[in-house]
Ligand binder design. Sequence first.
Ligand SMILES: NC(=O)c1ccc[n+]([C@@H]2O[C@H](COP(=O)([O-])OP(=O)(O)OC[C@H]3O[C@@H](n4cnc5c(N)ncnc54)[C@H](O)[C@@H]3O)[C@@H](O)[C@H]2O)c1
Ligand SMILES: O=P(O)(O)OC[C@H]1O[C@H](O[C@H]2[C@H](O)[C@@H](O)[C@@H](O)O[C@@H]2CO)[C@H](O)[C@@H](O)[C@@H]1O
Ligand SMILES: [Mn+2]
Length: 444
Amino acid sequence: MEKQKYAVTVAGGGSTFTPGIALMLLEHMDRFPIRKIMFYDNDAERQETVAKACEIYLKEHAPEIEFGYTTDPETAFTDIDFVLAHIRVGKYAMRELDEKIPLKYGVLGQETCGPGGIAYGMRSIGGVIEILDYMEQYSPDAWMLNYSNPAAIVAEATRRLRPNSKILNICDMPIDLEEKMANMVGLSSRKEMQVGYYGLNHFGWWHKIYDKNGNDLMPQIKEHMKANGFADALSDTNQHVDESWVHTFQKARDVYAVDPDTIPNTYLKYYLFQDYVVETSNAEYTRANEVMDGREKFVFGECERIIANGTSEGCAFEADAHATYIVDLACAIAENTQERFLLIVPNEGAVENFDRTAMVEIPCIVGCNGYEKICQGAIPQFQKGLMEQQVSVEKLTVEAWIEGSYQKLWQALTLSKTVPSARIAKLILDDLIEANKDFWTELK
Ligand SMILES: NC(=O)c1ccc[n+]([C@@H]2O[C@H](COP(=O)([O-])OP(=O)(O)OC[C@H]3O[C@@H](n4cnc5c(N)ncnc54)[C@H](O)[C@@H]3O)[C@@H](O)[C@H]2O)c1
Ligand SMILES: O=P(O)(O)OC[C@H]1O[C@H](O[C@H]2[C@H](O)[C@@H](O)[C@@H](O)O[C@@H]2CO)[C@H](O)[C@@H](O)[C@@H]1O
Ligand SMILES: [Mn+2]
């Protein structure tokens, strides 16, 4: 019997990640056969550059796949099985402001953490909910695999506003770090490890890591973390070459030292070493500038070259090997593989001594009916304390969005461990409101 073939819509067709993901999908056609790929974006011009290049590539490498791109929701979301969502509401221009505005006040500027993450969350919620609604309207049986950021806030918003929707929120940072840990202990893949992990998105810890025979790998990984952090450990992604990422992997050594019983997610540096992050930031040139001058220029330059040549021959795009987790996740649903993934899901007791309504990042087993959570037990006081504070920031942000509340957003910023006082929080908030007036509803 012929294997079923799937139709996939990439929401955020103009994303810098789209070509790498399209090539990755083609490489995995043996296990995830595709009949149609649609790109959807609300910026026709940006998407067209990426789409025209991908169209040429697809014609040359997989002509049997129906391909289209559109800004029309009905065309994009009709007759599909999966939505892969990676939108960035406000694009890099707004990321730059998210990063630079807090720095004016001596507070770190980061895409998903601190005030920048809160501002980005206030823009993303509406965009992701809109796409989810389109999917449900035009393809009610489809699943959305969402990795649009800030995933913690987006996930809390979907829990509050669309609790029954078929959406899985996932992040690739733990995947990259698990690849590095596998490399530290001489394993060829993270899939040869079984992990225990708890936290919020971009805010979590590994507390158990075994190999397939049940041997404890933590002692060896801890030795490496103590000496080098995640530096000098390889993973199968070639995207982390920028200096700023190298520093992040090195800094994980200091983050690890704060709690040597667990292995931290790299993003914890923004909450535990916020002064260091500010001191080492350049308020005139942040990560958004690096990405615009690097990844964005490269991707769009390459797309334009393919279009001008009329062929993808010799193109520098590579399948994003790292993004194969997306195919793994789609296969888990499509073929009931019951594979384990770290997902961002409602806690409901999985982390025993933590808010039942929190969206936590924990291991889950995924199959055709969705996920089942793997209980992580009780967590230590240190992590619990940090998580209580951060989850409140995320919940207050979502409440502020739902209610249009200035007060709640001010509270969210004030509560963030990255912000020193309510006064500074208010100064940053007022600047963010001005910068986001095309994206946020009016706050009262
Ligand atoms: N979860 C993860 O681990 C992970 C990893 C990498 C990137 N990301 C996220 O993926 C997203 C894309 O990143 P990027 O750097 O390629 O950004 P990008 O700006 O290159 O692409 C985002 C695209 O989304 C489009 N868009 C914005 N709002 C939209 C809307 N409402 N509807 C439809 N399309 C919309 C933009 O026009 C743009 O083409 C970001 O949210 C980023 O944070 C997540
Ligand atoms: O600063 P950026 O835009 O380069 O990266 C921000 C994203 O960082 C993480 O994703 C990484 C991922 O960990 C890595 O292995 C590879 O695939 O690249 C991704 C993007 O650089 C993080 O998980 C994302 O949420 C961030 O958006
Ligand atoms: Mn992430």
